[in-house]
Every structure is written in C-alpha cells, then in structure tokens.
Design a protein around this ligand. Sequence first.
Ligand code: HEC
Ligand code: HEC
Ligand code: HEC
Ligand code: HEC
Ligand code: HEC
Length: 373
Amino acid sequence: MRKRTLAVLAATIAALAAPGCLRAYVFARLPQPVMPPLEAPAGVGSLSAEACGACHVDTYAEWKGSQMARSWTDPVFQLDFAHQGAVYACRYCHAPIPQQQPEIVTGLSSLRPVRGVGEANPAYDEALRDEGVTCAACHVREGAVEGTFEGHEAPHPVTVRADFGSAGDCAACHQSPAPPFAPLDRPLLDVVAEWEAWKANTGRSEDCVDCHMPVVDRALTAWTPAREAHRHDFPGAWSDEMVGQAIRVDEVTRTEAGVRVTVTNLAGHRFPSSDPARAVTIRARLATRDGHDASSEITLDRRVEFPSFTERWDTTLAPGETRALDLSFPAASLGLSTGAEVAVYWSRLHNAIPAVRALESTPTLLHSITVAW
Ligand code: HEC
Ligand code: HEC
Ligand code: HEC
Ligand code: HEC
Ligand code: HEC
C-alpha cells in the first residue's frame, strides 16, 4: 500500500516536471501489440477466416457463431469502446492482427483521456478488422499455419508446436497487467493467474482448451479422414449451458436468522471471472403457510470504478471455493415459513455503463431448487 502511494506521488511530481516523460512511461506500460504483422500462408493466400472456411467448414461455422468472431462488431463492445473514447489499445486484443488496425501507434498525445499518436497503417484491411479474433490471429505465424499435428497433406505449410494452444497462448489477451497507477488489487483480466490458483487449490490439471474447446472426432475437410479435433465455439459468459456448469448449489438450510445457501465454484478460475461487468445473484424466497412471501438476495461480483480503475469490492468466488451465503429474513416471515425456493441468476452486463447494460433485458435463471422444512 505504502509503496504504491509513494510511486503515485513520485509519478505526480514527474508529471509536473516532465509531461512528455510521463506519457512515455505510461505508454510503455499500457497494452502492446500481441503479434507482429502476419503473412498469408502459401496455398491459402489470405488471412481471412472465410478463406480457411472454404475447406474447414465445421470449424469455421463454430467460430463464426462465437464471441471471438464478434469481438470487434459486437454492439456490447462497440458501445463500450465509444464510451471509453475509442482508445487505440482496445484493438490489440479485440482486432489483434496489425493489418486489422488503421494506425500504427507510437506514443501518447494525452493521458486523460488516453489518446495515441502515430501514423496511418498502409496495410490496414477493414474487412479483416471486422473478423475480430480470426483464425489467423491464433494459427498463422511466419507465413505458415501453426498446430499440434502435421496431418494429411495440408495444402498450406503447417508448423507443429507441441504446446500450441496452452494457457500461455491465451494469456496474450486474457491476462493483462493493471494500467500504471491504477489502484487495483489484481489485473482487470486475470483469468490465467486464477487458473494457476485453481490448479493449486484443487489438484486438477485441465487446460483452458480442455474446457473451452472440447474434443470431437471429425474430418477437417470434406476429403480427409476423421481425426481428433476441437470445437471452436469458445463458450463462456454468453453460453447459458457453460455458465450453468460454473456454479453448484450444494445445500440449503434454515438458520436462526434466515436461510444458508452453500455454493461451489466449478469453473477453472474465479466465478465470475474476467470482465467485471458480470454478476451472479443468489435469491431465496420463503414459502409460507398463509401465502405471505419474503425474499432476500446476495450478489457476487467485482466492482471496479472507471476511469480511475478503483477497486470497490470483489466478492467473486475464488478458484475451487465453497462458500456459505447467509440470507437474512425478518423473524416473523421465517417463523411462518414451510421452506424456501432458491434461484441462481446470471447478469452478463450487471456492472456495465447504463447504455451497455440496456442490451440485456433480464437476468438468466441458471438453477432453481425448492426445499421444505
Ligand atoms: C489485453 C487484452 C484486451 C484489451 C487491451 C481490451 N480487452 Fe476487452 N476483452 C478482452 C477479453 C479477453 C475479453 C473477454 C473476457 C470476458 O468475456 O470476460 C474482453 C471483453 C470485453 C467486453 C465484454 C464483451 C461481452 O461480450 O460482454 C467489453 C465490452 C470489452 N472487452 C471492451 C473493451 C474496451 C472498450 C477496451 C479498451 C478500452 C478493451 N476491451 C481492451 C481483452 C481485452
Ligand atoms: C484448400 C483447403 C484448405 C484451406 C484453404 C485451409 N486449410 Fe487448413 N488444412 C487443410 C487440410 C487438407 C489439412 C490437413 C487435414 C488433416 O490432417 O486431417 C489442414 C490442416 C490444418 C490444420 C491442422 C494442423 C494440426 O494441428 O493438425 C490447421 C490448424 C489448419 N489447417 C488451419 C487453417 C487455417 C487457419 C486456414 C486459413 C488461414 C486454413 N487452414 C486454410 C486444408 C485447408
Ligand atoms: C488475440 C487475442 C486472444 C487470444 C490469443 C485468445 N483470446 Fe479468447 N477472447 C479474446 C477476446 C477479445 C474475447 C472477447 C470477445 C467479446 O466478447 O467481445 C475473447 C473471448 C473468449 C471466450 C468467450 C468469453 C465470453 O465471455 O463469452 C473464451 C471462452 C475464450 N476467449 C477463450 C480463449 C482461449 C481458451 C484461448 C487460448 C486457446 C483464447 N481465448 C485466446 C481474445 C483472445
Ligand atoms: C474446469 C473447466 C475450465 C477451465 C480449466 C477453464 N475454464 Fe474458463 N470457464 C469455465 C466455465 C464453466 C465458465 C463459465 C463461467 C463464467 O462465464 O464465468 C468459464 C468462463 C470463462 C470466460 C468468460 C468469463 C466471463 O464470465 O466473462 C473466459 C474468458 C474464460 N473462461 C477463459 C478461460 C481461460 C483463458 C482458461 C485457461 C487459463 C480457462 N478459461 C480455463 C470453465 C473452465
Ligand atoms: C483463440 C484461438 C483460436 C482461433 C481464433 C481459432 N483456432 Fe483453431 N485451434 C486453436 C486451438 C487451441 C486448437 C487445438 C490445438 C490442440 O490442442 O491440438 C485449434 C485447432 C484447430 C485445427 C486442428 C483440428 C482441431 O480442431 O484440433 C484446425 C483445422 C483449426 N484449429 C482451424 C481453425 C480455423 C479454420 C479457425 C477460424 C475459422 C480457427 N481455427 C480459429 C485455437 C484457435
């Protein structure tokens, strides 16, 4: 804490003395490009997902329906991007290939708001930008296609890398340091560090890919034999089925002051994780003999204030955590109760700015359990 205060003070003094130096200091600590300019692989001649999809039909269809394919065009992203002043650095993860970026940014012209300076990118391709995290962002390096397995006479060069798709590859975009001087307790996107903690807490060893890209047996093209492959729909916050698997209600019991609901985090990291817009709400409603009805709820989320990046609270479930949540009720209602109905709701945009929040009409019901006593 003390060290951080001193650092902020020192930085403020530096800012007064030399704003150009401070801008350079901050620029170097903001997100950087996650890959060099890419070269289209021989035999394909394009970086576009559509070109890959001409042969890899199933993989393409899954990716096309995923958040990866929408990472640039999605209205949730676009509204938030505009609200945050269209900061250049957002592009490094949401449209990550240098050819997807209109400018090559080399410094900052302003700190508040953060504004980049640079030059127009002659290789900019707007149609490619709209593909967001496209196939090439993960698979193409040095004019070849990277994968784990050489395969059957692919028409493009394939570079085999045994650890292709390990958490280190996801970290480029899913783990990012806190911005300079931000009073955050941990990075805003922290899922890889959370997953390391999950392995330590639970003794489990699955990779990101094991949960988010399950194995399927299928042919990669219309003319090659079936083999082990991976689904490419990347389910996460927007998949009701996936989120339902992240939390289990273990037990509902009556206590002196109310109802105790015990839940377990089954995801391979914190729950909720990543974007602090997400929230899970556990609500209990008492069933009473005279139909009288009382309810009480607890929301688990991480609240970060923008643009100061101030951490207000973090009640998200730790990796592998089982937590008892005590929901209180007036003694009179509790006395009349014959049981309770417990429901678990998911709100993807709970902590987003109002314009973005309006894109989600109602929370999603994940689980509902009725108990009698
Ligand atoms: C270091 C990489 C990185 C940078 C830089 C980045 N993002 Fe993201 N962003 C991600 C990842 C990864 C996710 C998915 C995490 C999740 O769904 O919880 C995401 C998710 C989001 C979402 C939620 C989308 C949804 O479908 O609910 C919004 C909105 C968003 N980012 C906006 C921004 C804006 C605006 C900026 C720039 C100020 C930005 N991001 C910069 C990596 C990044
Ligand atoms: C003209 C058809 C065609 C096009 C276009 C094409 N591929 Fe392939 N690809 C193949 C064939 C055939 C294989 C080998 C299939 C097998 O081994 O079963 C293959 C294999 C692969 C592999 C497997 C490597 C491994 O780990 O086994 C990856 C990854 C891949 N392609 C990605 C891409 C990407 C990304 C693009 C677009 C940039 C693309 N392909 C474009 C036909 C194509
Ligand atoms: C080049 C950057 C980049 C890399 C590399 C990357 N991702 Fe992502 N990923 C994103 C962005 C950006 C989003 C958010 C899209 C959105 O919702 O706007 C995202 C979304 C996701 C989602 C969906 C999240 C949600 O809330 O729906 C999952 C799951 C995911 N990524 C898993 C992975 C895994 C596993 C890897 C490694 C194999 C990986 N990603 C590698 C940038 C990346
Ligand atoms: C044991 C299975 C498991 C493992 C391992 C796992 N995840 Fe997840 N992940 C889940 C589940 C279940 C959810 C849905 C809950 C949620 O959205 O928070 C999820 C959600 C996500 C989300 C969306 C978070 C949100 O709500 O916005 C991202 C991004 C993500 N995972 C990335 C990763 C990455 C990257 C790794 C590896 C470092 C990883 N996951 C490892 C099960 C797993
Ligand atoms: C976020 C990163 C990411 C994106 C985007 C992505 N892939 Fe993959 N791809 C992977 C990973 C990880 C694997 C599995 C590696 C392993 O464990 O063998 C894989 C595997 C493959 C394979 C080998 C067969 C299989 O399914 O295991 C093919 C072919 C392939 N991808 C094609 C594509 C195409 C085509 C696109 C775009 C439509 C695409 N990928 C988009 C990460 C990605």
